[in-house]
Ligand binder design. Sequence first.
Ligand code: ATP
Ligand code: MG
Length: 617
Amino acid sequence: MASAWKADAATFWMQQSARLLWREAPTQAQAGDFTGTAHVTWFADGRLNPTESCLDRHAAARPDACALIWEGQDGRTIRLSWADLLQRVCRMANALREAGVAKGDRVALHLPAVVESVVAMLACARIGAVHMVLFGGFSAEGLADRLDDGTPVLVVTADEARRGAKIIPMKRTMDDALSRATGDSVRTVLVLAVTGADVPMTAGRDRALGPLLDGADTACAPAILAAEDPLFVLYTSGSTGKPKGLVHVAGGYMVWASLTHEVAFGCGSEDVFWCTADTSWITGHTYVVYGPLANGTTVLMYEGLPSWPTPGRWWDVIDRHGVTVFYTSPTAIRAMKAEGNDILEARGLDSLRVLGSVGEPIGEDAWTWFHDHVGKGRCPVVDTWWQTETGGIMIAPAAGAVAPRPGVATRPLPGVEAVLLDAAGVPVVGEGEGNLCLAASWPGQARTIWGSHDRFVATYFATYPGHYFTGDAARREADGYFRITGRVDDVVNVSGHRIGTAEIESAVMRGEGVVECAAIGVPHGLKGEGLVVFAVVQPGGAGEAALKALVADAIGRYAVPEAVYLVADLPKTRSGKIVRRLLRKIAAREIDALGDLSTLADPDAVGRIIAVVQGGG
Ligand code: ATP
Ligand code: MG
């Protein structure tokens, strides 16, 4: 199947566009390309409203079938049929309209993992407003930056959120953010009661959302959008620097969400699909909301953490609701693996059919555990490589069509032209390593960076003219499979050997009791660059010497790290990715210039790591 689509790409794409319900079907696929200002359009003369594909057509065909199952961390469960979900979305859409939101306006959504987080996204789409979902755990500063960048007219927030035993004061943080923001675009703040706590309300600006929803009509005529009208703005995780607000559009993005959800996971309307991502990340947009709902798949949402109140909670959720496809991140997989297998063995997990991973290189060790213990050896593990910018999965072993291999993203999905280029822009042919680029557009690509098309062109299209540059490096193996080796910035050059940090990490992960680790390069007088590893190891587990020996065995003496620091935790973005740029600075003792820490989940972790490095390990 790999490249059958290429023979007649235009026909392939026109067929794929028929996945959606259009008010006016498009007559052309792609226009424009990656040269010049990289203005690309897809299905440009088509008109639609994405929620009619996600809701109305299923509500008409199977009104009582289950669209969404939500479980709260206290065990409360909500089941919504397609008819219910459509009604909830319409009420919210009417409430937004009533609050003065018009087509094209941005709406900031700042909500915990409750049903309304999905409903609010779809409600924006219903009226043609552009949602920008902001993570509930952002600091006031992080929120203020994004509010100033996206200039929403309205914010939907919650009184508070529950996170394990903690209460997150969402409204208070949003108030703080709004007073810090330099712009004054926000006219209205709607507050959803989640815990029911009393929160300060600013007269003339803040309104309780509940009563507005209760009074709203359950039908709402959809705004009809052009295929290229923006659907949402979403910020990247900020692993490499200041987050970028990518713009995705109503037509092409939806086609890509539907196609990739079906092809990567072999998913249809019989599945119960659980993607554990928060809706504030692209994974949550495409695989909690738009992809599965477009395909009529039952979506499962769980409010809480993997191991709260007790380890094994996520496994219980799978058993309780008969989850068939479980899509999560390496960071969650490593955390659950560290809890030991007893927890797992007490659960059936019989409903599972396919497993998926996204966000970082998964590594052979975590992959194998996921496959053998969670999937009991019978579920394919679909390691999906993609980015906020790509809108949906790009490289993955399409379930049932491509044989998976531990730690390898395998083959581009149909429609994806992945190429490897060397530093000079020369294609790497056959086996070898290079910078991962996309040689042609696909419908789900972001069209621009909000407010800065120049930055869009400079970031993605200037390095290799005519190509989209992903910023990641990959190796093509003998059989054509792609192995992602890490971000280009993370490839380390030791005495002339290019070493992907993912490879080093994969070796270190085999150490006794290693929970997670990160390898980075530091300047080295003789070798050019040397490797340094930061590892979180359980008590009694492997020490520095044992971990160095593992690297020597797996890769070679030349790759042995200069130092292995045993630390309590690693710096991570709020989407759970290890922030290697900070570790590079800390290891190089450049602690005065750590840069932007606002995307970190726990900024205090940085101080603890500095203490270990300065203490000499
Ligand atoms: P920023 O662009 O702001 O630095 P980010 O790149 O972490 O942040 P995302 O778009 O959330 O923001 O993440 C995409 C990146 O995550 C990819 O470019 C890649 O580095 C990494 N990634 C995602 N999935 C995989 C995977 N399956 N294997 C390896 N790396 C992955
Ligand atoms: Mg990125």
